[in-house]
Structures are given as structure tokens and as C-alpha cells.
Design a protein around this ligand. Structure first.
Ligand code: FPP
Length: 256
């Protein structure tokens, strides 16, 4: 499958909603947390594939702000798995020159989790390979609300002229500031929702839904998603032959 992939046309940013761990475990009569444990294997394979292909950015949705509603035992297990993952994989990150970055309300996580995350951020800060971003306690709406709050504060303090508040300003103040938007968004497990993930950033992402449950999402499934992406025709609202050619002058939108 690797032979069929056009390495010159890989997505610059792949975002993944890792879904289906619970169903994977239930189908095997195992506790749900075993699904999360198996999910770690898929995370490892995905990160290694991204490293091998040199994908510039991969963002994995590991825990949403809504996931606190899960049983305490499941939440604690997920946090424990995350710490274990960092502890075990830090060497792999360094070996592949991968930079690690958590996004979301990290300040609300248990101090032991925050410490482990910071350790990985610091250890990989000088890495120049792919950026591996883990969304934790993340909500797209909350991220946008934070940007609005920052803008409002700066306007009130006289530091920001509302006239310069444009898309570029907003993008720069998102958690993903300075990164390309996801070209490809993958969601596993057959669910077809965005679930509050990178709401601003996915405006023009190609979306790939697969019925495969996250623990079964291996390198082959990842390559399939990348191949499907390469077969899409991306128009960004234009037509194939004219995309990006005409920009209407301000004030003349839609006039003949
Ligand atoms: C969704 O499956 C998955 C999650 C809420 C957690 C994802 C976490 C991991 C894969 C492990 C930890 C991550 C890292 C980066 C180390 P679900 O539980 O909602 O499954 P279901 O829809 O079948 O119930």
C-alpha cells in the first residue's frame, strides 16, 4: 500500500478522533478500560507511521471536556494510561525527533499528569520532526471562547484595535497557532460526528470515517485513510480549474 501513496502529496496535518475503544472491549467481554489499553497500541502504530512518513503534524483526540462524565474508574485509568504512554514512549519520540505538545485545559488535570506532560514537552522541545499533539480535556468551543476572551481583554485594555481582528489574528491565538489546519480528519468506529474537535481548524478538512474500531486501527488502516485522502479533489469552495484565481474586490461581492 505504501507503494501506491504519493509521498509528495501527503497531508500536512492529520487529526484523529480515536473512537470505539469501549465497543472493542465489550465485543470481547472485557472491561471497557481494556479497550483503552488496546487503544494505546494503535496510538503507538499511528505515531510511528507518521514519523516514518514525516507527516508534519498529527493531532490525537484523547480526552474531551465531556469525557469527565464517564465513571471515575474509567477517567482515572485513562489518565494513568496517558502517564504510562509518555513514560514508555519518550525514548521513541526522541529517537524519531518527534515534538510532543498537549492542547486543551491542561491546567485542570491532576498535577501528576501535568508534570508528566511537561516532562515530555521539555524533553522534545528541540525536536524538529513531526509534531505529535494530544488533545486532552479539550473542547473546540472552549478554545474559541478563550480566543474571544483574549480579544475582548486586549480591546478593553486598548491593546487591540477591533479593525485588525481578522481570521489571521484568531488563528494565531488558537492552541494550534502557527500550524497548518488539518488537511485530513479521521474518525474511527463508524460514528460520523465532529464532537467539538478543532471546530475552527477543520473548516476545509477532508473527513474520513471508517467503521474500524480504534484499537484495530493499525498502519494498514492509516495508509488506507491517506490513500483515500489522495483521491479527494479539494476545491476550497472554488472550481477545480479556477480555485484561488479570482478574489473579488472588497465591497463588490456578488455584483455582476
Ligand atoms: C473513545 O472510545 C476513546 C477515548 C475517549 C479515549 C481515547 C484514549 C486512548 C486511545 C488511550 C490514551 C491516549 C493516549 C494518547 C495515550 P470510547 O471509549 O468512546 O469507545 P465507545 O464509543 O466504543 O464506547
Amino acid at each position: 500500500m505504501l507503494d501506491r501513496l504519493d509521498l509528495g502529496r501527503l497531508p500536512r496535518h492529520v487529526a484523529i478522533i480515536m473512537d470505539g475503544n469501549g465497543r472493542w472491549a465489550t465485543a470481547r467481554k472485557l472491561p471497557r478500560v481494556e479497550g483503552h489499553r488496546a487503544g494505546i497500541r494503535a496510538v503507538r502504530q499511528t505515531v510511528e507511521t507518521a514519523a516514518r512518513l514525516g507527516l508534519p503534524v498529527v493531532t490525537l483526540y484523547a480526552f474531551s471536556t465531556e469525557n469527565w462524565k464517564r465513571p471515575r474508574h474509567e477517567v482515572l485509568t485513562l489518565m494513568g494510561l496517558l502517564k504510562e504512554y509518555i513514560n514508555r514512549e519518550l525514548d521513541t519520540f526522541l529517537r524519531h525527533d518527534l515534538r510532543f505538545l498537549p492542547i486543551g485545559r491542561i491546567d485542570q488535570l491532576d498535577p501528576s499528569v501535568q508534570r508528566e506532560l511537561q516532562r515530555a514537552v521539555d524533553a522534545t522541545a528541540a525536536c524538529r520532526g513531526p509534531l505529535v499533539q494530544i488533545a486532552l480535556n479539550y473542547s473546540g468551543r472552549q478554545e474559541l471562547t478563550e480566543v474571544l476572551r483574549t480579544a475582548a481583554r486586549q480591546v478593553v485594555a486598548g491593546e487591540l484595535d477591533p479593525a485588525v481582528l481578522d481570521e489571521t489574528w484568531i488563528e494565531a491565538h488558537l492552541a494550534t497557532g502557527g500550524q497548518p489546519d488539518p488537511d485530513l480528519l479521521i474518525r474511527t468506529s463508524g460514528e460520523q460526528r465532529i464532537s467539538n474537535f478543532l471546530l475552527w481548524q477543520v473548516a476545509y478538512s477532508e473527513i474520513y470515517f471508517t467503521p474500524v474500531l480504534w484499537p484495530d486501527f493499525d498502519q494498514e488502516e492509516f495508509l488506507k485513510a491517506l490513500l483515500a485522502f489522495q483521491q479527494r479533489e479539494r476545491r476550497f469552495g472554488g472550481l477545480p480549474e479556477t480555485a484561488g484565481v479570482f478574489t473579488p474586490p472588497e465591497g463588490q461581492l456578488g455584483t455582476a
